[in-house]
Design a protein around this ligand. Structure first.
Ligand code: ZN
Length: 346
C-alpha cells in the first residue's frame, strides 16, 4: 500500500467546503491519477446547499466531485495504461459480482460505490483533489489533442446518452425536454446526435432556454405559457418521447398530457419525492414511463463523442476556477441565473 498527502475539496456540512489536506491511499493494482479538471454536478451543489443529495445524507467529511479528467501518474504494468496518459475517470465502482453487474447493468448494482457520494457510510470520497486512486477499469484514455474543458463533460454526457437509450430509437422523432440545465441541454445534444427530428425544450429561465437553443433545440418555451402548452395536448399529446430533467412536480405531471398516446417518458430529474400523478392518463394512453439513472458502457461512448467533436458542450461552460476557490465555485454553480456548468482546475 502507498500513500500521498494531497489537497482536496472537502465538505464537512452544508455550506462548509474548504480546500484541505487529505491522504490518498492506493494498492499496487490501482492507478494513481493527477486530477487536472472536474465539473461541478447538481449533486455536489445539493450537498453544498442542503448537506444531502436525494436520499444520500452527509454524515461525515467527504471529498466532493465525480466529473473528472486527469493524467496517469502511476499505473500497474498489466493495466495497459502508462504514466503521462490523459484519461477520463468513470466514477462508478460497481461490485462486478451481483446479478445486475453480471447482466451488464452495473448502474443498478445495490453495492455501487459512486465517487463523491454519501449514499453509504463510510462515504465514498470523490475526486476534487490533486490526486485520486482508482482501479484501471475506471480510466478511459482519450486523444491528447482533445480540449480538456470538453472532455470534463464525459460523465454528465454519459448520463444523457444512457437516457436517450432508455427511450429507444429516436430517429425522426419529436422530442420534448423539460428543464434546460446542463443535463437537459446535453440530452438535447445527444437526442439530436441520435437522429431526433425536432426537439422542444422548456425552462423557467430565459438564460437556460437560450442555452437549449445553442445546444441544438429547435424550439423553446416557458412552461408557464399556457397558450403554447395547450397546443401540446392536441390529439392526446404531440411528442413521441419526453425527457424530464427538471425534477419539478408540475413538469413531471404535465409530460403525461404532452406526450402522444403510445409514447415514452424518461424521468431523469431528481427531487419531488411525492407528486400528484395523472395515473389514469398514463394508462389509457399506454405511455411507457422509465427512470434513467447514471450510465453503463455509455461512459466510453461519451468520451468518444466528445473527443471526436460529435457534440460540443462548451456553450454550457460558464466558468473555470482553481480548487482553492471551490466554495465560491459552488455558490456560482448553484445560481441558475448566472451559471450552467462550472469547472474546477487542480
Ligand atoms: Zn453489482
Amino acid at each position: 500500500m502507498q500513500q500521498k498527502q494531497v489537497n482536496a475539496v472537502v465538505i464537512t456540512q452544508a455550506h462548509e467546503v474548504s480546500c484541505q489536506p487529505h491522504k490518498v491511499v492506493w494498492e499496487a493494482d490501482q492507478v494513481l491519477v493527477k486530477v487536472e479538471r472536474g465539473g461541478i454536478c447538481g449533486s455536489d451543489i445539493h450537498y453544498f446547499l442542503h448537506g444531502r443529495a436525494g436520499m444520500s445524507v452527509l454524515k461525515a467529511p467527504m471529498v466532493l466531485g465525480h466529473e473528472l479528467i486527469g493524467r496517469v501518474e502511476q499505473a500497474p504494468a498489466e493495466s495497459g495504461l502508462h504514466a503521462g496518459q490523459l484519461v477520463a475517470i468513470n466514477p462508478s465502482q460497481p461490485c462486478r459480482r451481483c446479478t445486475f453487474c453480471l447482466e451488464g447493468q452495473p448502474n443498478l448494482c445495490r453495492a455501487m460505490r459512486f465517487m463523491g457520494s454519501a449514499q453509504f457510510f463510510p462515504h465514498v470520497n470523490g475526486g476534487f483533489a490533486e490526486y485520486v486512486a482508482v482501479p484501471p477499469e475506471q480510466c478511459v484514455p482519450y486523444d491528447p489533442q482533445a480540449d480538456a474543458r470538453v472532455m470534463a463533460f464525459a460523465e454528465p454526457l454519459a448520463v444523457c446518452i444512457h437516457a436517450i437509450r432508455q427511450a429507444g430509437d429516436l430517429v425522426g422523432k419529436k422530442v420534448l425536454v423539460t428543464g434546460a440545465g446542463p443535463i437537459g441541454c446535453l440530452v438535447i445534444a445527444a437526442a439530436l446526435a441520435a437522429g431526433a427530428a425536432h426537439i422542444t425544450a422548456t425552462d423557467l429561465s430565459e438564460r437556460c432556454r437560450a442555452l437549449a437553443l445553442e445546444m441544438g433545440a429547435h424550439a423553446v418555451a416557458d412552461p408557464r405559457d399556457e397558450a403554447l402548452t395547450a397546443e401540446w395536448t392536441e390529439n392526446g399529446g404531440v411528442f413521441d418521447a419526453s425527457f424530464e430533467a427538471s425534477g419539478a412536480p408540475a413538469a413531471i405531471a404535465a409530460l403525461v398530457a404532452y406526450t402522444r398516446p403510445g409514447g415514452t417518458l424518461i424521468q431523469l430529474g431528481m427531487g419531488a419525492p411525492e407528486i400528484n400523478y395523472p395515473v389514469g392518463s398514463l394508462l389509457v394512453k399506454e405511455l411507457a414511463l422509465k427512470g434513467s439513472f447514471r450510465f453503463n458502457g455509455e461512459f466510453e461512448t461519451a468520451v468518444r463523442w466528445l473527443e471526436s467533436a460529435r457534440i460540443n458542450p462548451l456553450p454550457l461552460l460558464s466558468a473555470e476556477m482553481p480548487m482553492q476557490e471551490a466554495a465560491e465555485a459552488l455558490v456560482l454553480a448553484a445560481d441558475k441565473g448566472r451559471a450552467a456548468k462550472v469547472q474546477l482546475t487542480f
